[in-house]
Design a protein around this ligand. Structure first.
Ligand code: F6R
Length: 608
């Protein structure tokens, strides 16, 4: 969580930093700040709340300077207020520091520093870094940073500037991401490419335990033994436009609307005209996949829901036992390494700390790791043995929508690929399945075209303070995802249940006021689902039913019905989730919620 940006050059510095922070604000948005060196004098501006409040503060000022750093915060230690906002300063107010991550031993460091006379102005863990750099400063900022971080336990990406060693930004990382953007007579730093891609497409990734000294004209990267490293320069192929709103009121709506195009793109990337499935970027050998004996999937939130669906698909098409864990729980298992087991990570951001920690844990026990990742070059991408890029483009809205659909489609394709490798699915079966898959973009579009109908349902129910979502089989995870979407952006309490579990407790909640969203397409579990919907109706629950077009039987038990096109059971979660995304979006906007930046959340969860 938290976003860091920095700039050295002759552009309007406050505008470069503010635009960068705005683009990073999905990483946290409870306070922000910038520090700028102008004529070798350090100035700092901070503000509680979203970035636009900092912009308002800076608007009347004419800020000069050619070295600056900025930060957008997601509070961990200390409430979101101005004092706790970054950048943090040392005692003498000559050094400014921004930090992303958590310093686990900050309390003991703080006590030591206080004994030495350092005065703290915030409750944060991060402030100790500025004071530690001050403690070690003897004229060279990089030397002081190198010495300071030796004291730190935890995760960090740090950028520091100093009045007493001006003209440079010193950065280092361990466990939190940091990229360096290269320009002509100017350079940038950022927590991710998104914030700087409108300025440069030439990117260097800083790895753990690396330091960089960046001036306007030079970037020198060293490892923690002080050796200068030759770093690869990556050329980014996507444009800033891909991460802009393009006229939509919210990123979330834009991302929901993009889904037909994304699905089309994934199909064309992974499937030839002859329906041959291919994963050209996969860094794992077919032999390794063919010999796989078990998959252990681990992920968080929406990605975990995709993992639950992956279990159904991998077991069905590749007949390989598959387990699914929430990453933050996976770590407390006693993993029993066994020949052929593969740990699978699912992550949009590629930076989720819990998921990354599991990858490291699995690798330390000699498991192979295969990841489904959206962000190229992210930590999870770089640390996994094999990778499948989900190709959903930059996802900015905090609530994941298009990447979930992209994950599901990639999982479907992977399960077929694996099934064929293992001899459980023939090419002619794949031909038929691919035919069904190719219908998806138009089918998704037909669901998006139901906008007015879904808005009318949202209008009827947006005042409810509680919702239940139910589903079965491959659509049980859809009910979890529908509930998560609703609660995270509208703050309405919602829970997803496997429909068969209702009678074991949750049915007690049902009365004439409770909306129950029933995910009931025509699949193998339809009859059982139908019975569960009747049970809800018998207790006067308000049913909103996602049903297959032409299902006349269910109409009598549905207060509201959202038809979806008939489709293959294994592909149905890709369709059933679309109206749930739209329902949540509409309810949240009717309630006046900030759907792109819901309270207390951040898109990239880089703390454990
Ligand atoms: C919910 C949502 C989160 C993420 C979770 C994992 O809409 O976006 O639940 O799915 O934080 O993030 P990634 O996929 O980046 O690892």
């Amino acid at each position: 969580m938290c976003g860091i940006v920095g700039y050295l050059g002759n552009k309007n510095i406050s505008s470069v930093l503010l635009v960068g922070l705005e683009r990073l604000s999905y990483r946290g948005y409870d306070s922000s700040g910038i520090a700028i060196l102008s004529k070798n004098e350090l100035s700092v501006w901070k503000q509680q709340g979203k970035i636009h409040r900092l912009s308002e503060l800076l608007k009347p000022l004419s800020i000069q300077g050619n070295v600056g750093i900025g930060h957008t915060r997601w509070a961990t230690h200390g409430v979101p207020n101005e004092a706790n906002a970054h950048p943090h300063l040392d005692n003498e107010e000559k050094i400014a520091v921004v930090h992303n991550g958590i310093i686990e031993n900050f309390l003991e460091l703080k006590k030591d520093l206080q004994r030495e006379g350092h005065v703290f102005r915030s409750e944060t863990d991060s402030e100790v870094i500025a004071h530690l750099i001050e403690r070690h400063f003897e004229g060279s900022l990089e030397k002081a940073v190198e010495k300071a971080v030796k004291n730190l336990k935890g995760a960090y990406a740090i950028a520091a500037i100093s009045e007493n060693d001006p003209g440079k930004i010193v950065v280092c990382r361990k466990g939190s991401p940091l990229v360096i953007g290269l320009g002509k007579g100017e350079n940038y730093i950022s927590s991710d490419i998104n914030a700087i891609v409108s300025h440069t497409k030439n990117i260097m990734y800083l790895e753990d335990n690396e330091f960089a000294v960046i001036t306007k004209n030079e970037v020198v990267v060293k490892n923690d033994s002080g050796e200068v490293l030759e770093k690869e320069i990556h050329h980014i192929t996507w444009d800033a436009e891909a991460s802009e709103k393009q006229g939509y009121p919210h990123y979330m709506l834009k991302e929901i609307q993009e889904q037909p195009a994304i699905v089309r793109n994934i199909i064309s990337k992974h499937c030839t005209d002859d329906s041959i499935i291919q994963f050209p970027d996969l860094r794992m050998k077919d032999r390794e996949l063919k010999n796989s004996s078990r998959f252990i999937i681990q992920a968080c939130g929406t990605s975990w829901h995709a993992g639950l669906i992956a279990k159904y698909l991998i077991e069905k098409y590749a007949r390989t036992p598959t387990e699914v864990d929430i990453s933050s729980e996976f770590r407390y298992r006693s993993l029993l390494p066994e020949q052929g087991q593969i740990v699978v990570a699912l992550s949009q951001s590629g930076e989720t700390a819990d998921t990354l920690a599991c990858i490291r844990e699995a690798k330390s026990k000699f498991f192979k790791v295969l990841s489904f990742v959206n962000v190229l070059g992210s930590s999870i991408d770089r640390e996994s043995d094999g990778v499948i890029y989900t190709h959903s483009g930059p996802e900015i809205g905090v609530a994941s929508t298009k990447n979930y659909v992209a994950q599901l489609l990639n999982i479907f394709l992977f399960a077929l690929y694996l099934g064929k490798l293992k001899g459980h699915v023939s090419q002619s079966e794949i031909d038929d399945l691919v035919k069904e898959m190719r219908l998806l973009p138009d089918q998704i579009q037909s669901l998006l075209d139901q906008e007015e109908h879904i808005m009318a349902i949202a209008e009827r129910h947006h005042q409810s303070r509680e919702f239940i979502f139910i589903g079965r089989g491959v659509n049980f995870p859809t009910s979890l995802e529908g509930a998560l979407k609703l609660k995270e952006i509208s703050y309405i309490h919602a829970t997803g249940y496997p429909a068969g579990e209702l009678k074991h407790g949750p049915i007690a909640l049902i009365d004439e006021k409770l909306p129950v969203v029933c995910v009931a397409p025509k699949t193998a579990t339809y009859d059982k689902m139908f019975a569960n919907i009747q049970e809800v109706k018998a207790r006067k629950g308000q049913t909103i039913v996602i049903a297959t077009e032409g299902d006349d039987d269910i109409v009598d038990y549905a207060d509201d019905i959202i038809p979806i096109p008939a489709c293959l059971e294994e592909l149905s979660p890709i369709l059933t989730v679309i109206p749930l995304q739209m329902l949540s979006y509409n309810i949240a906007t009717l309630l006046g919620c900030d759907v792109d930046q819901p309270r207390n959340l951040a898109k990239s969860v880089t703390v454990e």
